[in-house]
Design a protein around this ligand. Sequence first.
Ligand code: ARG
Length: 473
Amino acid sequence: MKLWGGRFTKPTNELVDEYTASIFFDKKLAKYDIQGSLAHVAMLKECEIIPAEDADLIAEGLKKVAAKIESGVAELSAENEDIHMNVEKLLIEEIGPVGGKLHTGRSRNDQVALDMRLYLREALVDLMDLLVKLQESLTNQAKQNLDTVMPGYTHLQRAQPVLFGHHMMAYAFMFQRDIERLIDSYKRVNKSPLGAGALAGTTFPIDRMYVAERLGFDGICENSLDAVSDRDFVVEFLANASLVSTHLSRLCEEIVQWSSAEFNFIELDDAFSTGSSMMPQKKNPDVAELVRGKTGRVYGHLIGMLTTLKGLPLAYNKDMQEDKEGMFDTVETLKGALALFAPMMETMEVKKESMYNAVRQDFSNATDLADYLVEKGMPFRESHAVVGQAVLYCINHNKYLLDMSLEEFQTFSNLVEEDIFAKLTPETVVNARNVAGGTAKNRVEEQIDTITNLLNDSKLWITNQVQILNNIS
Ligand code: ARG
């Protein structure tokens, strides 16, 4: 007999059970479902909606059910559709009909919205922790590469040299914004929908704040229809996760390029590389490629969730059961990628010589020659053209700017003097960009200090939140 079987005269078609059940995936919510139920039953007791001894029995029973689900001895079935009804069935099996009092003043609609929020809170904290670790490994690489000059690119053409540390810090700041977005979104997740009932609230004299406080929420969802209908917190998470994936994927692309023989800028540690079954010489950046590849599924889940929601009338609709798999998969996908990325970045070998040689064999100091002429009084537009001619001359004579003699320089402009040679070395070129946020060594050190402070703020936030989550009984 179904928990809702009263008004039915026939058993459900088996295919309907299979098709409509969510237990195959929402069993992931078991822990949170029981956490929510424990808070709910404590409130029912506190508000004297059910007798204290019944509430105590239910709480004990729920803990036993939790242990049975965790150890895998509890049987979860599609016939009981979802985690909520499976838990209730198991509870009634455990303590008898009194277990049926648990659902007083509650609906699966507010219950599932609650479970999703409880799950996502923990997932967000875990993801932030992993993002912080990745920022730390990027910052460590930056610290070790404050003298490593590499070509900087625009249009994937060599543009101006930068410090490799500067390049690493660019990603550290992207992940910083990702963490800030997750922290900001947290306050919208951290509200309790319980008490919204099916859609309109409940006739019982419940205390929504009591439940919210017990579960470590900041407050309650203010409108019952909104509380059970919206999944914007899921969409927001998927959007934020998409940006994390975008940032990771761009870094992946660079790692793939840098580790090719054509670039030869880095070598991944053997422990983070894979081989080929046929070509014995191969060492492939599979992790970076797969993380890049998995970006597709994260974006897909975002579009999927938005599409599922877009035409739904208020309040709950069964369509919304589709909110779970994409969210779970996104959490797992990001956790997997981030857990690998931090040690992969930390252990990668940076080929400083090779980067330096690349810079010596390009025209990425051309802007500096133009700026030099400007300092000597030439209008920039004019110096741009003069240096363009010098570059063309070098290309035709198979040399770079620093290979020219002073006399050769002076054929382009007699403003050039002996000091030009020191001006055009990669080190001078990099350190000349001594503007806030620039690539000069001391400016990169400033960035490292900034990120280190921000990292400490994030860690403090995470520790506080973990403490709140751990205190939930
Ligand atoms: N399994 C459902 C879901 O995940 C739980 C809520 C069902 N509510 C309902 N009235 N059918 O969305």
